[in-house]
Design a protein around this ligand. Structure first.
Ligand SMILES: [Cu+2]
Length: 171
């Protein structure tokens, strides 16, 4: 089930910035208009989410976001930091377990990008070195719920994590 993506399959930085800009502009509008702009962006097709680490802080720049259940999603993780990171989406409630499994790999974990072999990891990018980016494409589960995402690089998971909420349109 886990899908890795080649490191060169993400859009170039200019496209990344355009995406981020669209989302940030939507955030600058008054609440209702902002939401309207966001839903317009979404109705263009796939929900595209850009996530970056915050430099030198072992944090993702988004702590949470929502995506419509059952719809295609594209998550672009762009490692602009000075240390390696990955982004793994886990089964609901499995963030701690996945982080601990990754730490248990020890130095051998480097070979597998600190991604332990477990069905609790649903999708993950490879370990990205500074300046690399990767894209995850999948269909959001049809069942609404809260799915954690986490960097499994040793020592990061306790702070470098967030939540994706799959929501369902009312009615
Ligand atoms: Cu990390």
């Amino acid at each position: 089930m886990r899908r890795h993506c080649l490191r060169n399959c993400a859009p170039p930085p200019s496209a990344l910035d355009a995406l981020k800009l669209g989302d940030e502009l939507a955030g600058l509008l008054p609440k209702e208009e902002g939401e309207h702009a966001r839903s317009m962006l979404k109705s263009l097709g796939v929900s595209v989410i850009l996530i970056r680490p915050i430099r030198d802080q072992m944090l993702f720049d988004r702590k949470q976001f929502s995506v419509e259940a059952g719809k295609p999603v594209e998550i672009v993780f762009d490692n602009v930091d000075i240390m390696p990171h990955n982004l793994a989406i886990t089964a609901p409630g499995a963030m701690m377990e996945v982080g601990q499994l990754a730490e248990k790999l020890g130095p051998a974990g480097e070979k597998v990008g600190f991604l332990p072999e477990t069905p609790k990891i649903l999708w993950a990018t490879p370990l990205l070195l500074p300046g690399q980016n990767a894209k995850l494409q999948f269909t959001a589960p049809s069942k609404p719920g809260a799915y954690p995402y986490v960097c499994t690089f040793p020592g990061h998971y306790l702070v470098m994590n967030g939540i994706i909420r799959w929501w369902r349109r009312a009615g």
